[in-house]
Every structure is written in structure tokens, then in C-alpha cells.
Design a protein around this ligand. Structure first.
Ligand SMILES: [Zn+2]
Ligand SMILES: [Zn+2]
Length: 100
């Protein structure tokens, strides 16, 4: 499959000026990492410290359906009582969501 993390040729996009890319690729985290795999990084939001922040490990606006399934699965397991906030405010070009 093209443009998938499961393809060995796929290289994620990275914007050095994007704080979410620095979080994902350089481990620049001011709170703590809750969970990390090939697809996502989950940490606590720096601004909203009580809200887990799930970030796609790629500088893209949207996860593909396979990634989204995995994100939902992991988030429901880790935070069964929380739901996705559902919008991106300050960084609209790198997919992330808050769990509230
Ligand atoms: Zn980014
Ligand atoms: Zn936040």
C-alpha cells in the first residue's frame, strides 16, 4: 500500500518548525510520554495538562483509515472514559487530538 507506515519505503513527513514534529521525532516533550508506537505518540498536552494529547507520527492533516482505527483502538483502551475533542486549533496541518 502506498503512503502507509506498513510500507518500508514510506518516510514520514517532518517539518522542523512544527512543535508536534519535534515532539514525535525528537522526543521534545515537556510533560511525559504515555504511549508510543509506529503510528501515534500520546502525551499530556502542555497547555491543558489534564488532557491526553494524541499526535500522528507524521506531518499530515489526517490519519489514513488504518491509522485512525489503531488510534481509536488504543485510545479507547487507555482512556475508556474519555472522548476525542474533535478539532485542531493551533497546529491545523499536523493531525492531533485531545482526549477530554
Ligand atoms: Zn508536524
Ligand atoms: Zn491542549
Amino acid at each position: 500500500m502506498k503512503n502507509s507506515f506498513y510500507s518500508s519505503q514510506y518516510k514520514p513527513m517532518k517539518d522542523p518548525n512544527c512543535p508536534l514534529c519535534r515532539l514525535v521525532f525528537d522526543n521534545e516533550v515537556k510533560t511525559k510520554i504515555i504511549y508510543k508506537d509506529m503510528i501515534m505518540t500520546i502525551t499530556y498536552c502542555e497547555t491543558h495538562r489534564d488532557q491526553p494529547l494524541v499526535v500522528l507520527n507524521d506531518h499530515r492533516e489526517l490519519p489514513n483509515p488504518i491509522e485512525m482505527n489503531q488510534i481509536r483502538y488504543i485510545c479507547e483502551k487507555l482512556f475508556p472514559n474519555k472522548k476525542f475533542r474533535g478539532y485542531m486549533q493551533s497546529i491545523p496541518n499536523h493531525w492531533h487530538d485531545h482526549l477530554i
